[in-house]
Structures are given as structure tokens and as C-alpha cells.
Design a protein around this ligand. Structure first.
Ligand code: 5GP
Ligand code: ZN
Length: 117
């Protein structure tokens, strides 16, 4: 990943605190925040602080970091929706990925009915 890519990356900026977000959890390697356009009662994004374009790139470069993203998602769901959740990684433009910095959608609780139409 080039510096230019990271400088232009929305989620690198959110992880660095250069763009405001509603923080849910943070440690040395991951950052979790509320999705700006939630599609269910719980809709949190968990991202690695380091830039990777998608989930598989994280998993192959740093399996421990990938495991930490999954465990962070579980811990958030444990607190917010009794541990039950969907873990979603949109990968590729055709599958709806719009931000090319790996992010796990943690989706729990009731879906937002208005967004299912
Ligand atoms: P994707 O479609 O790439 O899987 O998901 C991108 C997600 O990021 C979307 O659910 C969208 O609502 C969310 N998002 C996009 N821009 C921002 C932002 O500036 N702040 C926050 N908190 N979420 C964002
Ligand atoms: Zn990034």
C-alpha cells in the first residue's frame, strides 16, 4: 500500500482521529465506531488501524490481527445485543464495498425496517 492510498483513505483518517466518529472501542491495533448510516439497531464498524484493502488481505498478512477484529466484534455484540450478530465484510465494488479499508460490519438487534424497502 502506497502512502498516497493511505493519505486518501477515509477510514485511515477516522482511525487516526482526523475525521470525527462515534467511538465504540479502541486499542493499539483496532478501532470500532458507529456506522453513519445504520441498517440495524446495532451497526458498528471494526477496522484495523493499519490500512488493508479488504478482509482477506488482513487475514493473510496478519492472522492474529484478523482474529482480533472478530473477537472485538463479538465483545461489542456481547455488550449491545446479547452476543448475537451478523459479521459482514463486503468485498469488491460489485458486492457493495465502498470504502477500500477493511471493515467488519457488526449487525445486531432489529433491522431498520425503513431501509429494507
Ligand atoms: P461498505 O459498503 O464499504 O461495506 O461499508 C461502508 C460503510 O461505511 C457504510 O455502511 C457507510 O454507512 C459507512 N460510512 C461511510 N462513510 C462513513 C463516515 O464518514 N463515518 C462513518 N461513521 N461511517 C461511514
Ligand atoms: Zn485506510
Amino acid at each position: 500500500v502506497t502512502m498516497a492510498e493511505e493519505n486518501d483513505c477515509l477510514f485511515c483518517k477516522i482511525a487516526a482521529g482526523q475525521i470525527p466518529s462515534t467511538k465504540v472501542y479502541e486499542d493499539d491495533t483496532v478501532y470500532a465506531f458507529e456506522d453513519i448510516n445504520p441498517v440495524s439497531e446495532v451497526h458498528v464498524l471494526v477496522i484495523p488501524k493499519k490500512h488493508y484493502p479488504n478482509a482477506a488481505a488482513v487475514a493473510s498478512a496478519d492472522p492474529q490481527l484478523f482474529a482480533h477484529i472478530v473477537e472485538t466484534a463479538q465483545a461489542i455484540a456481547d455488550k449491545r445485543c446479547d452476543g448475537a450478530f451478523h459479521l459482514l465484510f463486503n468485498t469488491g465494488e460489485a458486492a457493495g464495498q465502498t470504502v477500500f479499508h477493511c471493515h467488519a460490519h457488526v449487525l445486531g438487534g432489529k433491522p431498520d425496517a425503513a431501509k429494507l424497502v
